[in-house]
Design a protein around this ligand. Structure first.
Ligand code: F6P
Length: 361
């Protein structure tokens, strides 16, 4: 009998359920009644507290298109994993205990950067781990695409499309704040797909003068409206020069609710047009996966099942050159994949006249 545990950890995204389904269906196909799949509740929390349930094949039926995660999730910061409880036992020890008590053959972990770090820690402790790359931010090193990302691009693009019509009618500047944590992938792709005029991403610090200049230039050329796609992690050139400590202190003093509101205020003092902010927020993570993510998660999930079959533990299942591959967790953990400034997407955007607000007038 094979005993497999599964958990989803960190912020949710589209495609978690379809990934779980891919893993489970392939395992049931391969092993029939000779496999038991256990689902942990709310990510690592369930593993730490021993909260899990034996799943059945019907749990994985009808969930291909459903958003969120049937297992629940939680954020479990890596730095707290070694904190001891009142009995002097840390969380890592508890997780290992649960795994051993349950006599698991493998634990399948769906998550982003923080989750993958912890997955690697458990691997180092001798557990059989396979991870799957989840996040709308697409910032996981080792895979070209993470699941959830493409669906989030579709959603953010739809927001930009809708904003376009009202921006045009009112001749306004719209700042649309797009998620992505410290990476600009989501903003960059949605910005291109949604026809943004200016794209601000963390990897290319902006210059306020340049942004003002671009907006005014557009107006001078007869474009009464402008759409600015702003990554939530966008930073100014001044901020880019700061140390981490200085940056944190400066941001702590910021009274605006977010970067786009700050920009709206700063631009409002210098631009002649009316400015509005749109923040689609967690809607970008909501709902079910698009067709691309349904296919990707089915491939990644079944890839995980194949690794289990061949006992190739200690890997993250990834997609590279449109092939499903296994990447050692030791190579992935702790590495962020941000947008290279000479990336082809950046180049294509520049080629069609999209500004990154970095070229001083
Ligand atoms: O990592 C996914 C993500 O949606 C980021 O884009 C965003 O910064 C963050 O999670 C939001 O986290 P929370 O759901 O905890 O508010």
């Amino acid at each position: 009998m094979k005993r497999i545990g599964m958990l989803t950890s960190g912020g949710d995204c589209q495609g978690l359920n379809s990934t779980l389904r891919g893993v489970a269906k392939a395992l049931y196909e391969e092993y029939g009644k000779e496999v038991e799949i256990y689902g942990f509740k709310d990510g690592y929390k369930g593993l730490i507290q021993g909260e899990y349930r034996l799943m059945s094949s019907s749990d994985f039926s009808g969930i291909l298109t459903i958003g969120g995660t049937i297992l629940g999730t939680s954020r479990q910061p890596f730095k707290n994993m070694r904190d001891k409880d009142e009995n002097g036992v840390d969380k890592v020890t508890k997780m290992i205990q649960t795994y051993n008590d349950m006599k698991l053959d493998c634990l399948v972990i769906l998550g982003g950067n923080g989750t993958t770090k912890t997955a690697n820690l458990l691997r180092e402790e001798g557990l059989n781990i396979i991870s799957l790359p989840k996040t709308i931010d697409n910032d996981l090193w080792g895979t070209e695409v993470t699941f959830g990302y493409q669906t989030a691009v579709d959603i953010a693009t739809d927001v930009l499309d809708k904003v376009h019509s009202t921006a045009t009618s009112h001749s306004r500047v719209f700042l649309v704040e797009i998620m992505g944590h410290g990476a600009g992938w989501l903003t960059l792709s949605a910005g291109i797909a949604g026809g943004a005029d200016i794209i601000l991403i963390p990897e290319i610090p902006y210059d306020l003068d340049a942004v003002v200049y671009e907006l005014e230039e557009r107006r001078r050329h007869g474009h009464a409206f402008s759409i600015v796609a702003v990554a939530e992690g966008a930073i100014s050139k001044e901020e880019a020069k700061m140390s981490k400590k200085e940056f944190k202190a400066a941001r702590a003093k910021m009274t605006d609710p977010s970067i786009s509101f700050r920009l709206a205020r700063e631009l409002g003092e210098r631009c002649s047009q009316e400015i509005r902010v749109v923040n689609p927020g967690h809607i970008q993570r909501g709902g079910g996966p698009d067709a691309y993510d349904r296919i990707l998660t089915t491939r990644l999930g079944t890839g995980a099942a194949r690794l289990i079959k061949h006992k190739q533990y200690g890997n993250m299942v990834a997609i590279r050159n449109n092939e499903i591959v296994a990447v050692p967790l030791s190579e992935v953990a702790g590495k962020l994949k941000t947008v290279p400034v000479d990336n082809d997407l950046v180049q294509a955007a520049r080629d069609i006249g999209i500004s990154f607000g970095d070229e001083s007038p």
